[in-house]
Design a protein around this ligand. Structure first.
Ligand SMILES: NC(=O)c1ccc[n+]([C@@H]2O[C@H](COP(=O)([O-])OP(=O)(O)OC[C@H]3O[C@@H](n4cnc5c(N)ncnc54)[C@H](OP(=O)(O)O)[C@@H]3O)[C@@H](O)[C@H]2O)c1
Length: 313
């Protein structure tokens, strides 16, 4: 194992603070050399780490060889990622929105400046979906991806199958902390579409955008009691779709419930692979970021997908 990784961490929220705890426990030797948050004075469940200098993101990027971004959103994150990758930094992120919007540019910058781009946590939370797809993509025989990738809609659809209305299910998801005050992103299928675009980019070797996903969310949907319906994200080399689907009990995705995410990878010449794991939550997601740091610690410099656009159809 190489020397201690010196990282700059942007974000100390649900995921960032959970990553901080993992780093403190080891075994990978990681030092947080700089931290950036939006409002250092706000009260927080996990205090900011003692002795770590607080900086603005641009200052932090100048300071650290490895930049870990756990903030989210597209515009500011794009500036940070460009700045980092242009300087040849390794950029590690959980930010699916950034990758599904500007992934080709970031991969190009990483390739052109000797940087690295890692984002295990952007899809599947703690379930290593990107790694499974990358592994299976090596033989070039992935035919189809089919996943239940968004926990909020799984929670709501399960509640509706028990007789709740859409409004009741949404309220229950918000009360349980599964849905944001503004749930648009989840219930309109954008979260699942972004994750699908990232998985398809890894599966077929060229970047694909969220905007290419045909999308139908679950807003206002009605279910028959007992029906197993999930928001299913599906990709082939030609097409990407997100839509609610009724699943037969025999479907491996019918058993995906709670905060789990599930992915089936179909191959041309062997049986499908199924991966189910914790799809959200600070600790699980931080575990995926930590695994990315372990790869860097082992000397790898991966770039998530090829810099060209992988045109569909
Ligand atoms: N939560 C999950 O289960 C989960 C699962 C998978 C992926 N993700 C992804 O992980 C990322 C972070 O999610 P989260 O749930 O941890 O979010 P969060 O709890 O809202 O934390 C966001 C953090 O970013 C900081 N921040 C916001 N704007 C900033 C700015 N301009 N400069 C510096 N810091 C800024 C905030 O600072 P303050 O602390 O001062 O407010 C906060 O520490 C997102 O991309 C999300 O999609 C989350």
């Amino acid at each position: 194992m190489s020397d201690t990784l010196r990282i700059g961490l942007i974000g100390w929220g649900t995921v960032g603070s959970a990553l901080g705890l993992l780093i403190a426990q080891g075994p990978v030797r990681v030092q947080i050399v700089a931290l950036a948050v939006r409002d250092p004075s706000r009260g927080r469940a996990t205090p900011l780490p003692a002795g770590v200098p607080l900086m603005s993101p641009p200052e932090l990027i100048r300071e650290a060889e490895i930049v870990v971004e756990v903030v989210g959103g597209v515009d500011a994150a794009l500036d940070w990622a460009r700045d980092s990758l242009t300087r040849g930094r390794a950029y590690v992120t959980a930010n699916k929105a950034l990758l599904a919007t500007h992934g080709a540019l970031l991969a190009e910058l990483a390739t052109g400046h000797g940087g690295a781009l890692l984002a295990s946590a952007s899809v599947g939370g703690g379930a290593p979906m990107i790694e499974l797809v990358a592994h299976l993509a090596a033989t070039g025989r992935i035919e189809r991806l089919r996943g239940v990738l968004n926990a909020t809609t799984t929670f709501m659809l399960s509640a509706m199958a028990r007789g709740n209305t859409y409004a009741q299910a949404l309220q229950a998801a918000q009360d349980a902390g599964y849905a944001e005050a503004d749930p648009t992103f989840d219930v309109e299928g954008r979260d699942a579409a972004q994750k699908l675009a990232i998985l398809a980019s890894v599966a077929w070797g060229g970047w694909r955008s969220e905007s290419e996903v045909e999308r139908q969310g679950i807003v206002g949907i009605r279910l028959e009691p007992g029906a197993t319906v999930r928001l299913v994200a599906e990709a082939t080399p030609e097409r990407m779709t997100v839509r609610p689907m009724r699943l037969p009990p025999s479907s491996p995705l019918a058993g995906v419930s709670g905060v789990a995410s599930g992915l089936v990878v179909e191959l041309t010449d062997t049986d499908p692979h199924l991966l189910v794991g914790p799809g959200a939550g600070g600790r699980a997601t931080a575990g995926a970021l930590y695994a990315d740091l372990a790869r860097l610690s082992a000397g790898e410099r991966p770039i998530l997908f090829a810099p060209r656009h992988g045109a569909i159809g």
